[in-house]
Each structure stands twice: as structure tokens, then as C-alpha cells.
Design a protein around this ligand. Structure first.
Ligand code: HEM
Length: 486
């Protein structure tokens, strides 16, 4: 009894200590919000972009907010991002990543060594191995895109564009990385996609632990179905060498069968969760900006090869117009938080000479979506899609941007930056390029309601990579008779 009382008193004291925190002179402006303990959690979770833009106006480009009992220092000055990204000694990436692994995937890896896992992955997503993954992805995409319409079928089909892009890229990505056996024993990729979308739809709530009881049940059931469907993923001959090596690494580290399957779901999300949504936004922008679509078609036409199997994208040719349109799409729709945990008290030195103390146990969060990506001091009319924003007048890629007279090292950051930036970037870019090429070569497609414009962003997605649309936009498509010209 006495222990229970002591624990309770301790808990209350700890709670009061957290609630009563006050700012010392050398710390960033502190904004605890009015609700005890929760602080700004509700506003943050509802629309992080809006909330952080409001806080930036109130406090400037560095401030600390209270979010569900945690103190998070938000840094929004891209010229100072290196002070966070290059200090892996005091600011740790993997602790928060492990919290999410547990919350979302119920995964606890024995002998977990993120650096070794990353090194394994890097080895397979560059050089010759990357070329072979790209070829396999191209073949899978070609088979799936062409099977959507048959050559003798002139009827129009209709579909939600988001669903079409996500499902085709997800299924091609699954076949490329996780493999499928030809003996009919492997699960149907459509079924995996269906369960995955249910799981994915609730993922941000899982990460924030804000699922209601009904949602908890739906998420739990989808997770269990996916575990079942993925139990043999990456074991067969058709799986990529990366996933086979990763499975072996897990086995050697003492992970049982069940844990390995959970790790497969984590990898499925890490490799497939952003590519489909990115391709969706790019096609949606192209379909609603005829001038951009024309420029991309013209470029694709120039680098197209006519082979016996029909037109193919020459993968050795540069495509600066497409690259600029993709960069612009990602500037507008990639919105990851870059979060680090403060392992020991430290002083953060900003680019303009200001210095702020950070407390051990707090988190630091960069949100490049607010700055640099949507910063009006860097980009004119930042909310507009301008396909050639990342092109110089002579058609070469534009890489020079300024803020306050200073040249920016980080002018857009869809792939993260520093030691923990995206390992799959070249694979993802090539997959999206091939996909957009195949879609506009093989399909005649048009918007069902051209006047409706783009769907709104699901604002609760901010912070988790690519944003997703609220609802979908509908398109009609039919087989395009290919004469090699786009
Ligand atoms: C459009 C597609 C993609 C986007 C926008 C994207 C974005 C990102 C971002 C922002 C990070 C850094 C997270 C942080 O610093 O906290 C990241 C990390 C990572 N990405 Fe991607 N990604 C994409 C596709 C892929 C693909 C296709 C793969 C693998 C095939 C992949 C594998 C990874 C891995 C393994 C990491 C963790 C790196 C580490 O542990 O340090 N990503 N990605």
C-alpha cells in the first residue's frame, strides 16, 4: 500500500515538474499551450503544417513546444539544419525510430543494429545491384500497366487516380523486392495491397497512439492479415537479393519466424509507402497543367527507343524536364519530420551566430516542408506547381537558391539529409520515371471532372513522408494505340 502511495506521489510530482517547466534565458522560446500535459498535441496532430507556420510567425525559426508530455524543439531555419544533422553524437535518430517500430509494427528486434541493416540495404540499392532492381521493376511495371487495358479494348475504364498509382507501384514494388513464386502458393498482390491500404490509412494514428477502440480493432486485424500474407515473403528464389540477405541477417541475430515476418511488414512500409503517393501527385499536377504535360511528353519522346516490344525509355538518357517536374511535386507534397532525440544537454549554434541550449530527453524536429520548401523568401508563389522551377534558362538542372542573401545548401529536402537520408532515392526516382512514362505511353487518360482541380491534402498526414489526398480524383483511361510518338 505504502509503495502504491509513494509511486502515485512520485508520478504527480513528475507530472508537475513537466508541466511547470519554465524557459531559461539561453533556451529557445517555450510555448506549452494551455492544456496541461497535452500542450499543443491536438493542433499539432490535426495539421502540423498550419500549426508550425503559426508558431513560426509567433516565435521565429526556433521554439520549443509541449506535445503530449514531451518537449519538442522545432528548428525551421534551413541554413542551420546542419547543426542538427551533423551531430549524431548528441542527437540520436534510432531511439525515436524504435518507438515507432514498436507502436506501429509491434516489432522488437533482438540485437537490433540499425547501422548494419542500413549498410546491407545500401549495398543492394546502388551500382550493379541497383541496375538489376531497376530492370526487374521496369518489367513488373510494364506487365501491370499494360494489363490494365488490352490492345483490342477501346472502351474507357474509370478509376481513382490515387488508387491506380498506389496499387500499380505497390504491386510492382512488392514483386520486385519481396518476390512471388510461380507455383500459385504465393498470395495475390491485390490482396496484400488491400490490407496494406487499410493499415496505411490508420498509420499516423498508430504512431500518435490516438486510435479509438474501433480503429484499434481494424488496424490490429489488418496487421494480423498482413503478417499472415507476408510470412513467406523474401524466402523464395524470386525475392531480391537484398531481402534474402536481410532475412538471413535477422535469423543470425536470433529473430524467430514471427519477428522476421513483423520485420517484413516494416520493410514493406519503408519501401512502398511513399512511391505510389509521389507518382500520384506528379500525374495529378501534369493532368491539371497541360503545358507541363506537353513539356514532359516532348522530352520523353526525344529519349524514347522503338523496340520490338514497343516504345521504351532509354534509361541512360537524362530527363531534366521530368526531373524538375518531380522535384517540384516533391517540394509541394513531401513533408517528413526529421526527428532526433537529445541524448545529452547541448548548445545549438545557429548559422547567424545565435546559440540555444537544448535539454537532454527533449526531441528536436526539423520540418523542411515549412522552410525551405514552402518558404516565400525562397520560392515565388510557393503554393503553385511550376514544372520548370528547377530548370535554368538553358535547360540544365537548377540547384542555386537563396534565402536572405545566403546560398542554400538545403533548398528542398524530400529525401531527408545527412547520415539518415533516404537509401532508396535512386530506386524510387527511376520507378516513378518509368511508371509515368509507361502510363502516358500506353494509356489515353483524362480527368473525369477537369474543373474540380486537385483534391485537398489529408492534413493529419503531415510529418510522415509523402502527404496523401483527402479522397481521390477520378480519371478515364483506355488503351493508347502506340506509334512510338507521345
Ligand atoms: C518518393 C519516395 C520516397 C521518399 C519521399 C522517401 C523519403 C525518405 C526520408 C525523408 C527519409 C529520412 C527520414 C529521417 O531522416 O528521419 C527516408 C529514409 C529512408 N528511406 Fe526513403 N523515401 C522514399 C522511397 C524509399 C524507397 C523506395 C526505399 C527503399 C527501397 C526507401 C528506403 C529508406 C530507408 C531504408 C530509410 C532509412 C535510412 C536510415 O535508416 O538512415 N525509401 N526516406
Amino acid at each position: 500500500m505504502i509503495w502504491t502511495v509513494l509511486l502515485l506521489v512520485n508520478g504527480i510530482l513528475f507530472f508537475l515538474l513537466l508541466s511547470n517547466r519554465s524557459r531559461s534565458k539561453r533556451e529557445p522560446p517555450l510555448d506549452k499551450g494551455v492544456i496541461p500535459w497535452l500542450g499543443h498535441a491536438l493542433e499539432f496532430g490535426k495539421d502540423a503544417a498550419k500549426f508550425l507556420t503559426r508558431m513560426k510567425k509567433k516565435h521565429g525559426d526556433i521554439f520549443t513546444v509541449r506535445v503530449a508530455g514531451r518537449y519538442v524543439t522545432v528548428l525551421l531555419d534551413p541554413n542551420s539544419y546542419d547543426a542538427v544533422l551533423q551531430d549524431s553524437g548528441s542527437l540520436d535518430f534510432s531511439r525515436y525510430a524504435q518507438v515507432l517500430m514498436e507502436r506501429i509494427f509491434k516489432l522488437h528486434l533482438p540485437n537490433h543494429n540499425p547501422a548494419v541493416e542500413k549498410a546491407i540495404m545500401k549495398q543492394y540499392f546502388q551500382g550493379k545491384s541497383l541496375s538489376s532492381l531497376n530492370s526487374s521493376m521496369r518489367r513488373n511495371l510494364q506487365a501491370l500497366v499494360t494489363s490494365e487495358t488490352l490492345p483490342n479494348q477501346k472502351d474507357w475504364k474509370s478509376s481513382g487516380l490515387f488508387n491506380l498509382c498506389y496499387s500499380l507501384l505497390f504491386r510492382a514494388g512488392y514483386l520486385t523486392l519481396f518476390g512471388a513464386e510461380t507455383n500459385n502458393n504465393s498470395p495475390d498482390t491485390r490482396q496484400i495491397y488491400k490490407e496494406y491500404r487499410t493499415f496505411d490509412g490508420l498509420l499516423t494514428k498508430m504512431a500518435r497512439t490516438t486510435l479509438n477502440s474501433g480503429e484499434k480493432q481494424v488496424a490490429g486485424e489488418a496487421r494480423e492479415s498482413l503478417w499472415e500474407l507476408l510470412s513467406a515473403a523474401g524466402l523464395g528464389e524470386s525475392a531480391s537479393t537484398w531481402i534474402r540477405h536481410y532475412r538471413q541477417h535477422l535469423q543470425q541475430g536470433g529473430a524467430d519466424q514471427d519477428t522476421q515476418t513483423r520485420a517484413m511488414l516494416l520493410q514493406l512500409w519503408a519501401t512502398q509507402g511513399n512511391v505510389g503517393p509521389a507518382a500520384f501527385w506528379l500525374l495529378a499536377f501534369l493532368l491539371t497543367t497541360p503545358q507541363a504535360m506537353k513539356a514532359v511528353r516532348r522530352e520523353f519522346n526525344r529519349v524514347s527507343l522503338n523496340t520490338a516490344k514497343g516504345p521504351t525509355l532509354d534509361s541512360c538518357q537524362p530527363t531534366p524536364v521530368f526531373d524538375s517536374a518531380l522535384e517540384e511535386t516533391l517540394r509541394l507534397t513531401a513533408a517528413p519530420f526529421i526527428t532526433r532525440e537529445v541524448l545529452q544537454n547541448k548548445t545549438l549554434c545557429m548559422a547567424d551566430g545565435r546559440e540555444y541550449d537544448l535539454r537532454q530527453g527533449d526531441r528536436v524536429c526539423l520540418f523542411p516542408f515549412v522552410s525551405p520548401q514552402m518558404d516565400p523568401d525562397i520560392y515565388q508563389e510557393p503554393e503553385k506547381f511550376k514544372y520548370d522551377r528547377f530548370l535554368n534558362a538553358d535547360g540544365t538542372p537548377k540547384k542555386v537558391f537563396y534565402k536572405g542573401g545566403e546560398r542554400l545548401k538545403y533548398y528542398t529536402m524530400p529525401w531527408g539529409a545527412g547520415g539518415n537520408s533516404c537509401v532508396g532515392k535512386p530506386f524510387a526516382i527511376e520507378a516513378i520515371r518509368q511508371f509515368v512514362y509507361l502510363v502516358i505511353t500506353h494509356l489515353d487518360l483524362e480527368l473525369c471532372e477537369p474543373e474540380s482541380g486537385l483534391p485537398a491534402v489529408k492534413t493529419s498526414c503531415y510529418g510522415f513522408g509523402m502527404v496523401q489526398p483527402e479522397g481521390d480524383i477520378f480519371i478515364r483511361f483506355s488503351h493508347r494505340s502506340c506509334d512510338g510518338m507521345l
